[in-house]
Design a protein around this ligand. Structure first.
Ligand code: 9MR
Length: 333
């Protein structure tokens, strides 16, 4: 790791270099009427000199990569720890960034106690206490919540989760979230549903039936964890987004990253990565209901897929071809 990443002079040099590389993404996104976001690990704000400044300069939306998950907030039953989540909220407010909350109901990253055996009424109490406490704490401060995450499996059926003792846990979660913060927009979020196919069909049917029942759901998040083999045209992604838009849902790209692995030279793969970022952003810009375009991290130094260099800043926070592709795309009429 180069030393300058930690020094004040190095940081100044980086910010000057960024200033010379054109307008910040957030400024351009604002002009286009969308938000450009990044997933945030608040501990990095304290640990890494370049992280906060780059996050503040480039993005007008932040989402908690991990610190608002059940396992982070309620490690023991009934005991909540908001320290890391508060750090994120304070940073966002200071830098005028909109906040996405992630996530209230997910089968992963649950605390161990959640795998105990609970009766229906106990689970009802557990779910409602969690959602009321978490959404209530940030009432008026978090604009969007991923209420239910990845409830549909890769086999296009509902996954088994500890919440299943409550057969209506999905709609219940949305109703509880609406009650706790009537102004927050409520989302269903999933991966592998960007294009047409059995999984996105299953999600479509689920959300359509929720809408028909009057469940308060406002939007769908397409995660977009992609690799270079994904072709939005072949997957008919724009068409897929359009059918969700016709349900009256707002659309967010919520967790985009693109693995750099595959054939070709590194330079070619970086160009292909840039093209894919550009294509997904274009699809969002052409869809009137697509309002948020979010990346799952800031730099390749810290990503759940760090080994495959999936983000738009490299490990030294230098903008990659993908950064410039997004900048150009936002500037196109
Ligand atoms: O990026 C997150 C990583 O740090 C965690 O270890 C992981 C736990 O499963 O979750 C990652 O984020 C996931 C997100 O919350 C939901 N969609 C898939 C993301 C990547 O796994």
């Amino acid at each position: 790791m180069p030393l300058w990443r930690y020094g004040v002079l190095g940081l100044c040099a980086l910010m000057m270099a960024l200033a010379q590389s054109g307008p910040p993404l957030r400024e351009l996104a604002e002009r286009r009427g969308i938000l450009v976001g990044a997933a945030v690990e608040p501990s990095l704000l304290l640990q890494e000199a370049a992280y906060g400044p780059v996050l503040a300069r480039e993005f007008n939306l932040v989402v908690a990569e991990n610190v608002m998950k059940w396992g982070a907030l309620q490690t023991s039953r009934g005991q909540f720890n908001f320290a890391a989540a508060d750090l994120l909220v304070n940073f966002a407010q200071k830098h005028k960034q909109v906040i996405r909350g992630h996530t209230l109901v997910w089968h992963q990253q649950l605390p161990r106690w959640m795998y105990g055996s609970f009766s229906r009424s106990e689970m009802e109490a557990i779910l409602s206490q969690h959602i009321r406490t978490v959404v209530g704490r940030y009432k008026g401060q978090i604009a969007y919540w991923d209420v239910v995450n990845e409830a549909i499996g890769d086999d296009a059926r509902l996954r088994a989760t500890p919440f299943d003792v409550l057969p209506d846990y999905i709609e219940r979660a949305f109703r509880l979230a609406r009650e706790a913060d009537p102004k927050a927009k409520l989302f269903y979020n999933d991966y592998g549903a960007e294009g047409l196919g059995p999984k996105s069909d299953a999600i479509y049917s689920l959300l359509k039936s929720l809408k028909e029942k009057g469940v308060p759901i406002d939007g769908i998040g397409f995660q977009a964890h992609l690799d270079l083999g994904f072709s939005p045209q072949q997957a008919r992604m724009a068409e897929n987004l359009e059918r969700f838009a016709r349900l009256g849902l707002e659309i967010h790209i919520t967790e985009m990253d693109v693995r750099l692995t595959g054939p070709g030279t590194k330079a070619e793969r970086l160009q292909a990565q840039a093209r894919l970022y550009q294509e997904i952003l274009q699809i969002c810009l052409r869809q009137p209901r697509c309002k948020v375009f979010t990346l799952w991290g800031v730099s390749d130094a810290h990503s759940w897929r760090a080994a495959s260099e999936p983000l738009i800043f490299d490990v030294d926070y230098q903008p990659k071809p993908a950064y410039f592709a997004l900048q150009r795309t936002l500037q196109q009429p």
